[in-house]
Design a protein around this ligand. Structure first.
Ligand SMILES: Cc1ncc(COP(=O)(O)O)c(C=O)c1O
Length: 404
């Protein structure tokens, strides 16, 4: 036994804590500030306070019944063994049929890789595209885990500030300004978390052209596909076959806890991804894959579309209500279930402001700081993953808070 490199003198059992060490990559991972908010919300609710959860990034609806039944059937049939690392062939084929039905696209099922959530796909993408020390460009504000995944895998994430004039999305100009000799990829999410904005088709096309010219790769996160309210719900695969397109059963399909996603990649990468997936997690969850077959069926999609319509009603209620109170939302969120609002009229320290709002009125939001640094201190995110009734009560509480 060694303590700081010295022999432990008396005993072979050493109780000293000093030999424990965290890897610097895990130590450097930044925590989510919303976790503080969640902990406080929990403490307040244990004291009997009513809490309005507008910080939660997952649908409030339980997984649709036909999907749950399919999961139960799979278990009853003891479909409990590993599947191939790239996923169940039937599900890969069903997703190819889904692209054909929804977007009239013919995608070879071999290019469709089933993953443990979009999170698993994002890790595979970074592992297959970037070496240590290379970098990937991403929007600020953006989904916080992307930066952390890159960092933990020894790559670097370069934050590119985005604003209302580019729809809070990367474009060829901003990407060209940040691209350097160690850049291998750029990453976008459409609709975006936290802004709910969509990358316009022509903006995506010029972004693809720029990245391809640089012999890099564009990673397009389409996890909120299906939760698009009035715009045309397209896929980047209509624009280019060279992108890595990431998707998930979490959001539109309402299966967050089933941990299932997928990724469509150029044929060239499939074997490498197979090897990486085999070694990192062996296979995506089997029962979830069988359940997902039912998620893709037309009868289930009727239920899921009705839920999408409900999200739209909530957005159509919450957005004007926030604007009336003095929050500014420069681009109307067209998808996902978030509103990223500028709260500069009330604070220049949105993290403290969000904490005070929770303590005083019981409304939980996510502070801008969780999505990057660019103007983060004057923004916060509202998730409309609650019923209209709860949203109305939350709005009254926020109104009372800003009036005091
Ligand atoms: C933009 C974005 N990408 C990826 C994920 C990860 O989703 P999952 O791993 O549940 O599929 C999330 C989750 O909130 C997200 O908002």
């Amino acid at each position: 036994m060694h303590v700081n490199g010295n022999q432990c003198p008396q005993t072979s059992i050493c109780h000293s804590m000093t030999s424990r060490k965290l890897s610097s990559r895990s130590e450097q991972l930044s925590p989510f500030h919303v976790m503080d908010i969640l902990a406080q919300a929990k403490a307040l609710s244990q004291q009997g306070r009513e809490i309005y959860h507008l910080e939660i990034g997952e649908p409030d609806f339980a997984t649709a019944e036909p999907i749950v039944d399919a999961g139960i059937d799979a278990l009853k049939q003891y479909k409990t063994h590993y599947t191939p690392a790239l996923g169940l062939p039937e599900l890969r084929a069903a997703l190819a049929a889904h692209y054909d039905r929804k977007f009239s696209l013919s995608i070879d099922p071999r290019r469709i890789i089933i993953t443990p959530g979009a999170s698993g796909a994002l890790q595979l993408a970074i592992l297959c595209l970037l070496d240590a020390g290379e970098n990937v460009l991403m929007a600020d504000p953006g989904y916080p885990c992307n930066k952390n995944i890159a960092q933990v895998l020894a790559a670097e994430a370069i934050a590119v500030p985005v604003d209302a004039d580019n729809n809070y999305q990367l474009d060829a100009k901003s990407v060209s300004q940040h691209w350097n000799s160690r850049t291998r990829a750029a990453m976008v999410a459409s609709p975006s978390n936290p802004t709910g904005t969509i990358l316009p088709r022509d903006q995506l096309a010029s972004l693809c052209r720029f990245v391809e010219k640089k012999q890099g790769c564009l990673i397009v996160d389409e996890i909120y596909q299906g939760l698009v309210y009035e715009n045309d719900d397209y896929t980047a695969l209509e624009v280019s076959d060279e992108c890595f397109v990431i998707n998930s059963f979490s959001k539109y399909f309402g299966m967050t806890g089933w941990r299932l996603g997928w990724m469509v990649v150029p044929e060239f990468y499939v074997d490498a991804i197979d090897r990486v997936a085999q070694n990192i997690y062996l296979a995506p969850p089997t029962v979830s894959q069988f359940a997902a077959l039912t998620a893709l069926q037309a009868e289930t999609q009727i239920i899921l579309d009705a839920r999408r319509d409900e999200f739209k009603k909530r957005r159509d209620f919450l957005l004007p209500a926030l604007e009336q109170m003095g929050f500014e939302v420069a681009v109307k969120p067209q998808g996902a279930f978030y509103i990223y609002a500028n709260c500069h009229r009330f604070t220049d320290d949105s993290f403290s402001w969000v904490k005070n709002l929770l303590v005083e009125q019981g409304v939980a939001l996510t502070p801008g700081i969780d999505f990057g640094n660019h103007l983060a201190n004057i923004h916060c995110r509202f998730a409309y993953t609650q019923s209209l009734e709860i949203l109305q009560q939350a709005v009254d509480k926020i109104d009372a808070f800003i009036r005091t």
